[in-house]
Design a protein around this ligand. Structure first.
Ligand SMILES: Cc1cc2nc3c(=O)[nH]c(=O)nc-3n(C[C@H](O)[C@H](O)[C@H](O)COP(=O)(O)OP(=O)(O)OC[C@H]3O[C@@H](n4cnc5c(N)ncnc54)[C@H](O)[C@@H]3O)c2cc1C
Length: 281
């Protein structure tokens, strides 16, 4: 497959190029998905726009209680970042469960989001963190709540002239604890059959707030609002966790495909939530 290759030196030049390309141009970040798709003939862009050296998209920082992660931060770098290990450990856990060390060294968080796979590992953790997705074009910048970013399997609201430049979320309260639990065919190099992320804030013994996200059980990652509502205000004890487990299984909307059956996925969604909550105890 032949394509034109461009490597702009600045973000501004990249955005101008993308605007002029009229949609027939694929940004290249880590290349772990794009190069496979090109090789398999699944996509055939006229131009590949290599953005991998744009340093301005590689920052991880906290400012005014808000954490920002540049789109080009690789899973490996995110997992090693002190700020994220201290304040967003569930995202670190999700990055560590991606592919293999080689894939984590190249693959980026921005690329994971743009692929918009319901089994993308960073996505449930970013739902639980209440993240926003920053999209930039020559005409301006917009931040879209992560739950509004995805519109279906491999579909998002990103326009072809936009680059995803960063992911932002409020720094979790110091007492907040989270987890990301994934079930795959193997322990490494396996796409999630089902995954669960949650961020729980407790006041004393009781759950004050909780955000739960389920991966690979619907066309997009989904929240589990009935389970969240049930847990709020309750003490995390074995009875509460058992009830949350069955509510969560009921909120899963899995389908049967070559990786798993719907019923198994639904039950596992409940189990992965329960295990995470038990670990928090
Ligand atoms: C062997 C293997 C194992 C894998 N295992 C896992 C796994 O366990 N879990 C998992 O979630 N994923 C897995 N993946 C998928 C992949 O590694 C991730 O989705 C990765 O995060 C993609 O990021 P990337 O930087 O490589 O994206 P790229 O391949 O560079 O790009 C992916 C897509 O996003 C677009 N794009 C990338 N960055 C931007 C941007 N900033 N703005 C606009 N568009 C952009 C590209 O044009 C392309 O369409 C695996 C892939 C392979 C090959």
């Amino acid at each position: 497959m032949k394509f034109e290759y461009q490597r702009p030196a600045t973000l501004e030049a990249a955005l101008k190029f993308l605007a002029a390309a009229g949609g027939d141009c694929a940004p290249l970040a880590g290349g772990t998905d794009l190069l496979v798709m090109i090789q398999e003939g699944l996509v055939g862009p006229r131009t590949v726009l290599d953005i991998s050296r744009l340093e301005e998209l590689k920052n991880i920082r906290e400012e005014d209680g808000r954490i920002e992660i540049g789109a080009l931060v690789s899973h490996g770098r995110a997992a090693a970042a002190k700020l994220l290990r201290e304040k967003a450990a569930l995202l670190v856990e999700s990055c560590l469960q991606i592919g293999s060390p080689q894939i984590r060294a190249s693959g980026t968080i921005g690329g994971n989001l743009v692929m918009a796979s319901p089994s993308g590992d960073t996505i449930p953790a970013l739902y639980a963190l209440g993240a926003g997705v920053v999209l930039k074009s020559v005409t301006g910048t917009r931040t879209v709540a992560i739950e509004d970013f995805f519109t279906g399997v491999k579909k998002s609201v990103r326009r072809p002239d936009e680059l995803l430049t960063a992911i932002v979320f409020p720094a979790p309260e110091p007492s907040a604890r989270g987890f990301y639990n994934k079930l795959g065919q193997r322990k490494a190099l396996a796409i999630a059959k089902v995954s669960v992320a949650a961020l729980v804030t407790r006041k004393g013994e009781k759950v004050e707030k909780v955000r739960i996200a389920l991966g690979a059980v619907a066309p997009t990652v989904i929240r589990a609002p009935r389970t969240e509502e049930y847990l709020a205000g309750r003490k995390l004890d074995p009875e509460t966790i058992a009830a949350a487990r069955s509510l969560c299984a009921g909120e899963s909307r899995a389908i049967t495909d070559l990786r798993s059956t719907a019923g198994y996925r639904d039950r596992m969604a409940g189990l992965l939530l329960a295990r995470g909550l038990e670990d928090l105890l």
